[in-house]
Each structure stands twice: as C-alpha cells, then as structure tokens.
Design a protein around this ligand. Structure first.
Ligand SMILES: [Zn+2]
Length: 482
C-alpha cells in the first residue's frame, strides 16, 4: 500500500512561482488552509520552523535590554480612535467584538491590529519620572487584520508576531533605538535566516500610521518582488501626546516622552521559504530546520538489524552533540522514496547508512541545496556534520545575496524603468524629487512602489526624478512588492 504513496509533483518555480510556493507549504506539511477565510493552520513542521526563528529573534531582542510582557487582545474603540492617523490607517482592517454572550457591549472592542493604543494607555500610568525611562517592552502575540487578499504567511487575517514598544527621554534616544532595532532585524534575516536585506527609510506615504519615521528591511524574492521583512518606527511624541505619557525630567518639568515600536511577524517564514527553495521543494537553512540531518538506513532483509542498530547509534551521537538529527526507520517505505520526501521537506543534510557503508566505515552524506555527496568517516561524523552545516548556512546566504546583487538595476529613463519592471523584475534604483505625486504616479503606471530610501551612502546617485525629470532629492529603491 505504502509503495503507492508517491510524492505528488510540485509546480516548477519557473512555471508559476505562487503555485510553487503554495505546493511547497502544503506538501511539506508546513501549513493547511483553515475553514475561516484568510486564515491558515501552522502545522507542527511549520510551527517548529517558527519556534526556532522566534527563539533566535527573542534572544536578539533581549540582548537589547528589552523585556517580554503580554497585553490583552481587546482594544476599546475609544482608545483606537485617539490617534487620528493611526485609526485612519487601520480602520479598514479592524475586526470588532460587539457582543459578549447575549449582551451587547457598551463599547465595541477591537481585536488588536497592532497594540500601540492599549500599551500607550498603560505606559501613561507607569511612567512618571525620568527614572522610569527608558522603558523597553516586547510582546509575542497574535494580530488580526481583516485582509481582502491573503497568501499564507505573507498576508493572513490572523498572524503571529513580536511587537516592541519603547519609551525614551529624548528624540535622539528614540531614534537611536529604532535604528538599533533595524540593525537587529537585518542581522536576524541575514545571519539566522540566510536572507539578505536592504535597510532603509520608508517614504511618508508608506510609513506606519501615526509614526514620525518608519525604517524597514526589504528582501527580494526569486520572482523579483520585494518583501518587507520587518519595520521599526520612531513614533516621535504623537502617541505620548494623545495618551498622556508624560514624565518629570531632572529639572522637575513635566514633558512628553518619545517612543518607538517595531515588529517582525510569521511573514519571515514565507520569506525564508521563498528565498531558498527549489523545484524539488523546501531548502531550510540549518539554523531553523526542525531536522538538520535525516538518517536513512538502507535496508536489506539479511542485514536489517545491524543496519538499523548502526543508524540508531549515529542518530544518537549526532543528537548528543547538539545536532538535530532524525532517524527515518519506517520499514514501509523504500530508501529512495524517503530521499525525495526529506528533500521536499528541506532537510539540509541526509546521511545514508547501508551495510556496505558500515563495513567500509564511512557513510554517504548528501547536501540538500546543491546535491553534493561526500563520504564521511563514521568515527568523525559529528564533527564533520557540524562543519558541513555551518558551510551550508553560509552558502545559502551567499547564493541569495548573489541573486539580490544581480537584480539591482539603475536607470534615469522612465521608459527603460517600465521595461525593467516588466521584464527583469527586481529592485530598481532611480531618482525621486521627493513629491508624493510622482511616487503615486509611478505606482499607478507601473505597480512599483518606493520600497526604501537607502540609509547608507549608495555608489550610484540619480540626477533626476524618474517620473518628472526634475532634480532628484533622493536615490531610492523601487520594486513591485508583496
Ligand atoms: Zn518627481
């Protein structure tokens, strides 16, 4: 029976990237669609990936001196309405609770689309003196945004994230903190996930509703579309003023505080899967792979017991040395079937254990991302595997970075810009006069948006605005985005 269970095909990436992505997620049992529109179920294999990502990001957050806390999912309507820009920005996506049991609520409660309103309310009670600052809090939570068009991980009605909310004594401190979070996010993406990003500032039009400045890390997906990986906002004093977050400074004057907020969500799971996968399925970086190694015994009737024993032994050694190894000792499936199954699920490394390999004292070890095979002495298997995993992590980043660098183009000519956007998708550096009208017109005419204004000095500087031809104030990255 089992023999008949072949792995059904995954749509090739080049045929239909979106379908490839969905096929990968479903066949690898990362997610399933939920009965509620726009929602997904994160299955154990997918959740194990998220858990590892969450843990790595959580340690980075704590290293900044931030502590975790938890606030309620319900936000009273009146709280949400306090900051005008904020409520206007989120209004179309807010889900409301109007009834509790049979009782109609006096005031509708929003299911948090983000938590500034409730957290700022609490902060106004907790902060009185400059001695209470800085206040650095993060929460891991679920978020509800009533989205019209959804795609697993990238845009779902309910998603998981962390949101940091900090309060500072000055603009400079808040700004510095917001930027240190930007660096942290970039390191998380690049070092932990192997996904290269571009750091930059969002335009006024693209910034977070209610923020002074929004910064973001942007990644480039293999279909040439940009993906916003995380954002960090200098909120200025907007929220402090409407929620009354005031404190007595050292001169005993009452002043408003300065704030930041910042978040990375389960969207990052989508980014890592899109970035590294291939036509055979997922390719997971060793850092986040639920299983870093799968051990597959090659079973022959006569040597079955010895082979299984050795395979078990090797799996145990690896696990003892801190390598996440999984033994696939299911007898109802052939080795070849297991190879493709685990390749599809993105396990970075496969170790084959056959009777002849045991005799020789060395085992074939195969890397998922480039199919390279090498013989490794059983004696030194744990040390060598550790080294190979490290190398795979580095190679995945390098491969993705090569792609990113190869898909950044420059132009001063709008006609060429349109062709580039259509035919060679990716990031396009172009000039911008700084006017919102030009930004809007480019989006209407090409569906590309300003992803970020680079923070670091860029080598190529545009002379004129790509849309109107006036002098360029900034050289920015344009792209079509998720
Ligand atoms: Zn212009």
């Amino acid at each position: 029976m089992a023999e008949e269970r072949y792995i059904s095909e995954i749509t090739p990436r080049s045929d239909d990237f979106s379908q490839w992505y969905i096929d990968c997620l479903k066949r690898a049992e990362v997610i399933d669609y939920a009965p509620v529109k726009g929602c997904m179920v994160i299955r154990p294999y997918g959740y194990a990936i998220w858990e590892r990502m969450r843990d790595m990001l959580d340690s980075r957050i704590k290293a900044l001196g931030v502590k975790n806390a938890y606030f309620p999912i319900f936000i009273p309507e009146s709280f949400l309405k306090k900051e005008a820009e904020h409520v206007e920005g989120f209004a179309p996506e807010v889900a409301w609770v109007t009834k509790g049991g049979d009782e109609v609520l006096e005031e509708p409660l929003a299911l948090r689309p983000t938590s500034e309103a409730i957290i700022c309310h609490m902060y106004s009670k907790w902060i009185q003196s400059y001695r209470d600052l800085p206040l650095l809090i993060n929460q891991w939570a679920n978020i509800i945004r009533w989205e019209k068009v959804t795609r697993p991980f990238l845009r779902t009605t309910e998603f998981l994230w962390q949101e940091g909310h900090t309060v500072h004594a000055s603009y400079e401190e808040a700004e510095e903190f917001a930027l240190s979070v930007l660096d942290m996010y970039a390191e998380f993406y690049e070092k932990d996930l192997g996904v290269p990003v571009i750091k930059g500032q969002k335009t006024e039009r693209e910034k977070f509703p209610g923020a002074l400045t929004t910064y973001a890390v942007e990644a480039l997906m293999p279909d040439g579309r940009a993906l916003q990986g995380g954002t960090t906002h200098n909120l200025g004093q907007h929220f402090a003023r409407v929620f009354g977050i005031k404190y007595l400074n050292e001169e005993q004057e009452e002043v408003y505080a300065w704030q930041t907020s910042w978040g990375v969500s389960t969207r990052s799971v989508g980014a890592v899967i899109m970035t590294h996968g291939d036509d055979e399925g997922l390719i997971l970086p060793p850092s986040i792979a639920p299983y870093q190694v799968v051990v597959v015994p090659i079973i022959f009737e006569r040597t079955r017991e010895e082979t299984l024993k050795k395979a078990r032994e090797i799996t145990e050694i690896l696990n003892r040395k801190g390598i996440r190894a999984h033994l696939d000792d299911r007898l109802e499936y052939k080795a070849g079937w297991k190879f493709s199954e685990w390749e599809m699920r993105g396990v970075p490394l496969r170790i084959e254990v056959g009777p002849r390999d045991i005799e020789r004292g060395s085992l074939p070890v195969v890397r998922r991302h480039n199919r390279e095979k090498e013989e490794v002495d059983i004696e030194s298997i744990d040390k060598v595997v550790k080294k190979i995993l490290k190398r795979i992590q580095a190679e995945l980043y390098k491969r993705a970075d090569h792609y990113l660098k190869g898909h950044i183009q420059f132009t001063e000519d709008y006609e060429e810009f349109k062709v580039l956007i259509d035919e060679r998708a990716g990031l396009i550096m172009a000039g911008w006069c700084g006017d919102e009208e030009c930004e809007e017109a480019v989006q209407e005419e090409t569906k590309a948006t300003v992803r970020v204004i680079p923070l670091e000095e860029v080598k190529w500087q545009a002379k004129k605005c790509i849309r109107c031809g006036r002098k360029a104030k900034r050289t920015v990255y344009y792209a079509r985005a998720y």
